[in-house]
Ligand binder design. Structure first.
Ligand code: UTP
Length: 605
């Protein structure tokens, strides 16, 4: 058989000779020569055009092939397949081909839930029961360019009353579910719920450091798995020629491939089989900055279990002009049918007709059918390309592009027989992501959500206030205030840790008698057995207690409290995580109690 070196020395494809590569062949290993051959065959000779004589930059030339090997091994089907798909998608994009041509949209089937009603409570209980059989996967490899925060998004405080960051809140929520599930099933399963975090080169080290410097926020390190996604090669033209890195001529430029990578990473990690062997049944995917999500998780998992959905997509009602996708059932005359999220830029007219729901990038999949599907696809997800063309001839790009894929496009390849449904939640309960910087948020048309750090934090206080109202607490109406140019409702700043009340029933069990909370109040509870009994709060109350302490709080508690002060996001003397919200607390007076010993305690004014 012809050796790769011989093959390469004869290569002269499309009139494209590769003399500079040929001169350097002796530097390369047989595997590297195979990769070189593949690149030349796939029309990538330009990558070697500038290569100097052997003896110059030899280490860099070898490092180039290390990068090619990584790009090749981390993509299902290898780099050749990536380039081939890119050519097809770029040709479709140039031709203006709509990927949904021939499909008719309609509203898909699903379960509409309203917080606190009978149906909701029933699903919540079923969900808590099932939580022992679930694994959680957080996709946290994104750069967060729109937010523009310098750190990783999961390290941002979710709210500044306690300063709890998103990652801590997610971990505490999973642990609270684990305990509640164990209690409800009377310890039948005493399982540690697995937690996977997908990171990228942009977030990996800082995510690991955040976990390690905080003792994994109480989770066993063995319970947590970090899977790092790799970037993909950039494309410089419609022929899918790979783009050189502007910083280093011996590298290919790379960019993130999108959160769809999570499926192939999970598949190749071997975790899925481990989980199914251990008896797990569900896998839950969620995003980095939605502080409300876990309020919707128990009931949604209950829907999956009760309705036996292979795929359950969480959704909230969609506002008319929101620049975000919508869930749609698409049916083709040839029999194909799918329930998927359609991005707003893909099919706006279609969305206007049917896209009444907006998905929250949260999926609950049944593990068995998921594994069967991944065996067929290797975890590859339908990709898309979004080049920014220089002009209407669509022959050249403003900057390099790349293929991308989305986690929630997983159902696109499923057969019509798959049970694909969705769960609709109250927006106030379930969805308040932090994605936009203050300047962009301030430009959002009135009535549409800001999705900023300001609105994300205020949404937590609103949700907690509304939840307490549902269980009978008299909570005063909010006032309107403007922070960083965004008008928001300011409710009493109420927070509690997930163990105190993850479900409607749990919160209800913690409140009795006639309780009231004034608008200017702050209440932060960190404990499990903390009970509010005939409490009238007008000021700031901070309670911390160990699990073994039982604390009853009542009477009329009044103090000067905490005042919300405006902060300008341009004021760099204020820490970034504060100024992106546009406010901070001036802590004037509070009642703060720590119960660090077991026992029964009364705090009565
Ligand atoms: P976003 O849509 O918020 O994208 O991602 P982003 O890249 O983080 O932010 P922008 O678009 O640059 O402003 C949704 C979720 O998917 C994760 C993000 O971390 C977030 O949880 N993600 C995104 C990945 O894990 N990998 C990616 O390549 C992209």
């Amino acid at each position: 058989m012809e050796s790769a070196t011989q093959a390469l020395s004869k290569l002269n494809i499309n009139g494209d000779s590769v003399p500079n590569l040929q001169k350097n062949l002796s530097l390369l290993s047989p595997e590297q020569i195979e990769l070189a051959k593949m690149l030349v065959e796939m029309g990538q000779s330009h990558l070697f055009q500038h290569w100097p004589e052997p003896g110059v930059d030899d280490e860099e030339k070898k490092a180039f092939f290390d990068q090619v090997a990584l790009l090749n091994s981390s993509y299902p089907g290898g780099l050749a397949s990536y380039i081939k798909t890119a050519r097809e998608l770029l040709a479709d994009s140039k031709a203006g081909k709509n990927p949904f041509d021939g499909f008719t949209p309609s509203v898909p089937i699903g379960e509409n839930l309203n917080f606190g009603d009978e149906n909701f409570i029933k699903f919540e209980e079923a969900g808590v029961r099932e939580a022992q059989n679930a694994a959680f996967v957080l996709v946290a490899g994104g750069l967060g360019e729109r937010l523009g925060y310098n750190g990783i998004k999961v390290a941002l405080p979710m709210e500044t009353t306690t300063g709890t960051c998103f990652l801590q809140h997610y971990i505490e929520s999973i642990l609270a579910l684990q305990e509640a599930s164990c209690r409800l099933t009377q310890g039948k399963y005493e399982r540690d719920i697995p937690f996977v975090i997908m990171t990228s080169d942009d977030t990996h080290a800082r995510t690991l450091q955040l976990l390690e410097s905080n003792s994994y926020f109480g989770m066993k390190p063995s319970q947590v798995n970090l899977l790092k996604q790799e970037k993909v090669a950039c494309l410089e033209d419609n022929d899918a020629r790979l783009a050189g890195d502007p910083q280093n001529k011996y590298r290919i430029q790379t960019k993130p491939h999108g959160h769809g990578d999570v499926h192939s990473l999970l598949y190749s990690s071997g975790l899925l089989n481990k989980w199914i062997d251990a008896g797990l049944r569900w896998i839950l995917f969620f995003q980095d900055t939605n502080g409300l999500l876990f309020k919707a998780i128990p009931a949604s998992l209950g829907v999956s279990a009760t309705k036996q959905y292979h795929v359950n997509s969480l959704a909230v009602p969609r506002k008319a002009k929101e620049a975000i996708g919508g869930i749609t059932r698409l049916t083709h005359a040839d029999g194909r049918s799918m329930v998927i999220n359609v991005e707003y830029n893909q099919l706006d007219p279609l969305l206007r007709a049917t896209g009444i729901l907006m998905e929250m990038s949260t999926l609950i999949l049944e593990l068995g059918p998921y594994i069967e599907e991944l065996k067929k696809t290797g975890g590859a997800i339908k990709e898309f390309v979004n080049p920014k063309y220089k002009d209407s001839s669509k022959t050249s790009f403003k900057s390099s592009t790349r293929l991308e894929c989305m986690m929630q496009d997983y159902p696109k390849t499923l057969p019509p027989s798959a049970r694909v449904g969705f769960t609709v939640m109250n927006t106030w309960l379930a969805y308040a992501p932090v994605k936009s910087n203050p300047e962009d948020a301030a430009k959002v048309p009135k009535g549409n959500p800001y999705h900023s750090a300001t609105s994300g934090e205020m949404a937590i206080y609103r949700a907690n206030s509304l939840i307490l109202r549902k269980v009978g607490v008299k909570v005063d109406d909010p006032v309107q205030q403007v922070f960083n140019g965004q008008e928001v409702e300011v409710w009493p700043c109420i927070t509690w840790n997930p163990k105190w009340g993850l479900t409607f029933s749990e919160v209800k069990s913690k409140v009795s008698g006639s309780c009231s909370i004034s608008q200017r109040s702050v209440m932060a509870i960190k404990g499990v057995n903390v009970f509010l009994e005939d409490l009238s709060l007008d000021g700031a109350l901070v309670i911390k207690s160990v699990d073994e302490a039982e604390v009853r709080i009542g009477g009329s508690l009044r103090n000067k409290g905490w005042i919300l002060e405006n902060v300008d996001y341009k004021d760099t003397s204020v820490p970034e995580e504060i100024r992106i919200r546009g406010f901070r607390f001036n802590k004037i007076e509070q009642l703060e109690k720590h119960y660090s010993e077991p026992g029964k305690f009364d705090l009565k004014a």
